[in-house]
Design a protein around this ligand. Structure first.
Ligand code: SAM
Length: 295
């Protein structure tokens, strides 16, 4: 290539100097250089953007918040699923609320005793776009064990007569359609549809930036479930990088009921979760213990 063509091409590349910034608390944020805008649209529920970024690959943004990126989605999806599934003695029927990208369903179906996973996602367009642009995440959405219902998760849990062994609340942030998924009534309805010995895990936001949300959820959940434990994982593209989950159980305890033999025998492929992380994730830094009123 002639020198001037090369320079022209480089300057063309420089012209595409597009960055995505997500503000946290309006005062801090995460900024990523964008390679291209893959898709932008509006569903009946929210704005949907898919951006290709240099550092994290393709990224799904809903309602202006990063939901998943190709590079780090495994951490959140493994950690919302496996602690509960390796604690419940026989998780046959699993319910996922939200989670339309399919990453949580993918992890749930690594457990052979799961007979059916029901995904209740409010926004059909999220599922369609994820199947199209994130096939490695949505890869189990067409599995015969997967049943997808397009409806409001809060309405589903309030009205269904079905019972489940494990419920995973894979919700977006508590604004817009997901706000209801952080409320006490929703969690009480989940308690009611869990079988004896059932377990629920909900994502519970950043223990660094969203302490009031986490504390309020923790206190509400303690009023509903006999056992409530917060745990955490490191997710680079979520606000502050440290993310919390809250496990609520009618009986089994992740500390004492971890199925170590089954974990060893199954040998599932994971990139973050393992038997050590299963226990370590529940050890909370002091600032989180203080935020929860534990010290
Ligand atoms: N990993 C993500 C996070 O923490 O940012 C969550 C991702 S997942 C894509 C969240 C999903 O919840 C979205 O697809 C959204 O459409 C869905 N959702 C929001 N409100 C809902 C509701 N009320 N019922 C069912 N699904 C809902």
């Amino acid at each position: 290539m002639a020198q001037e063509d090369l320079i022209r091409e480089e300057s063309m590349t420089d012209l595409w100097n597009v960055w995505y910034s997500e503000l946290h608390q309006q005062r801090a944020g995460l900024t990523l250089k964008v390679k291209s805008v893959v898709y932008s649209g509006q569903s009946p529920f929210q704005r949907i953007d898919i951006l290709d970024t240099y550092e994290f690959g393709k990224m799904l943004v809903l309602y202006g918040s990063i939901m998943i990126t190709e590079r780090d989605e495994f951490i959140y999806h493994e950690m919302i699923s496996h602690p509960a599934l390796f604690t419940h003695p026989n998780p046959r029927r699993v319910l996922v609320i939200g989670g339309g990208d399919g990453g949580t369903v993918r992890e749930v179906l690594k457990h052979p005793e799961v007979e059916q996973v029901t995904l209740v996602e409010i926004d059909q367009m999220v599922v369609e776009k994820c199947k199209e642009y994130f096939p490695q995440v949505a890869c189990q959405l067409d599995n015969p064990k997967t049943r997808i219902l397009f409806q409001d998760g809060a309405k589903f849990v309030a009205e269904t007569q079905e019972k489940f062994d494990v419920v995973l609340v894979d919700a977006s942030d508590p604004i817009g359609p997901a706000e209801v998924l952080f409320q006490k009534k929703f969690h009480q309805d989940i308690y009611n549809l869990l079988e004896d010995g059932g377990i629920m895990v909900t994502q519970s936001e950043s223990p660094f930036f969203h302490q009031r949300t986490l504390r309020r959820m923790y206190e509400n959940l303690q009023g509903i479930f006999p056992l409530v434990k917060v745990y955490w994982a490191y997710v680079p593209t979520y606000p502050s990088g440290i993310w919390s989950f809250t496990l609520c159980s009618k009986g089994p305890d992740p500390a004492t009921d971890f199925k170590a033999a089954q974990y060893a025998e199954l040998g599932i492929e994971t990139n973050y979760y393992n038997d050590g992380i299963h226990h370590a994730a529940f050890v909370l830094p002091n600032f989180v213990r203080k935020a929860l009123g534990q010290m």
